[in-house]
Write a protein that binds this ligand. Sequence first.
Ligand SMILES: [Zn+2]
Length: 515
Amino acid sequence: MYQVLARKYRPQTFAELVSQEHVRTTLENAIRQNRTAHGYIFSGQRGTGKTSVARILARCLNCVEGPTVTPCGVCSSCTETAAGNAPDVIEIDAASNRGINEMRELRENVRYRPARDRYKVFIIDEAHQITSEAFNALLKTLEEPPEWVIFVLCTTEAHKIPPTIASRCQHFSFRSVEFEEIVARLKYICEQEGIQADAEALAVLAQAGEGSIRDSLSALDQAIACCGTELRGPEVRALLGILSLDALEQVTVALAASDSNRMLDLVAELERNGHNMQHFCRELAGYFRNLLVAKIAGPETRLIAASPGERRRLAEIAAGFSEEDLTRYLHLTLELYGDLQRSTQPRLHTELGLLRMVQAGRLVAIEEALAAIGNTAAHKPQTHPSAAPPAAAKAETGDWKARLYGAFKELGMMFSADAIERCTIEEKAGGLAIIAHTDDRLALTEACIKRALQHLDAAGVKFQVKFTEAATGGKSDGTAQVQDELTERALSHPEVRKFREILGGEVRSVRDLKE
Ligand SMILES: [Zn+2]
């Protein structure tokens, strides 16, 4: 009879355990020093070895040569525990109906000494599903545990274990198994089984498990059943419905080019090839997640479950997008995934979702444009160091205006920044003469201007502020001239110039907001 690989290669000793070194070391020490606890909580993602470790612990404690960290593996206790039918190792699935009954009998059961072995080990799977009634029974037992009783509560959701129970247990969290470790394990098992698998096939199988060895091994079972003893990457990929990096890259290519048409082709192609849209979306979310991680942590990161070559490629692709872009795309993909779960028209929703992403990419252009405008104002002081010899007097005047404006903006003094824009600055031998409208007197007090000058490292510059009713400079010299001057000033303003450069378009009229 064919035995599934996950069971056949279930680790029987601590030495065979893949990863989880921290759990292993602590438990080994406890066994050596005869300090095992009566209650353990093993928490972690599925397929990370929680029940395997629980069984290994039972073997270590109950082996005829034990308690030992190297159980003999041949005594009846060892073999029966491995097979799951040892009289004193009781496995309960708390989620099943039978489990609920077994939990009910627990208090009775713990009272009796072990039938044959040293300890009675209760391994409770899905322990977060234990009913509150059963938790009470468990609590009573843990408060005064008989010396022969050991509980191991295995759960994917440790936070659902009541604190009264948790505080009486030793807690181990099992980390999800790393990509390389799973690949190595798969490789070892393939060698043992006489299966030839190429590197890509192993990587695909490891990815399919998403950190769970058991899931990766059932994928391997499936691959062997379908493809025989020779496993090649593309076939395994097709079998498991895992999209290649190439296919997912099509999405980022279309995004980079803002090419809606290409997106629609892509969806059509997916449907032609019989891809499930929800599955595609899940893969896409994983892809954007990996791009984001590659962008933030670089290609060497261990946070991406992929081969070094693929990680490098992800980092290359990610370099073409900003962190904000990728976050936005990931967000939109997750939204799309949510929509697809309720959708009766998956293709339509996928198209809509992907087009939304293209549009989101276009939005960035405006954001960046605005950021670029902000930068010109903010960086102006650096591009015109004050030590530089004055060019034309007019340019210098404009320069002080821009510099003070930039300083106020950086200081967050927006009223002063606006006021400085409206005023006239003349540079004279004795310093700056600032002529402003009386309305701006609170925004341009001496203290305000001093602060801005200090910010510009120009605290020594002398200045004088004059407020007049007649707005700035020559404003009272006739409306037409004022309007021309206003228009010219507005159009020559660096922000306005930049805006027109980036966004195009014409300025139809200029209006003074104070009028
Ligand atoms: Zn033994």
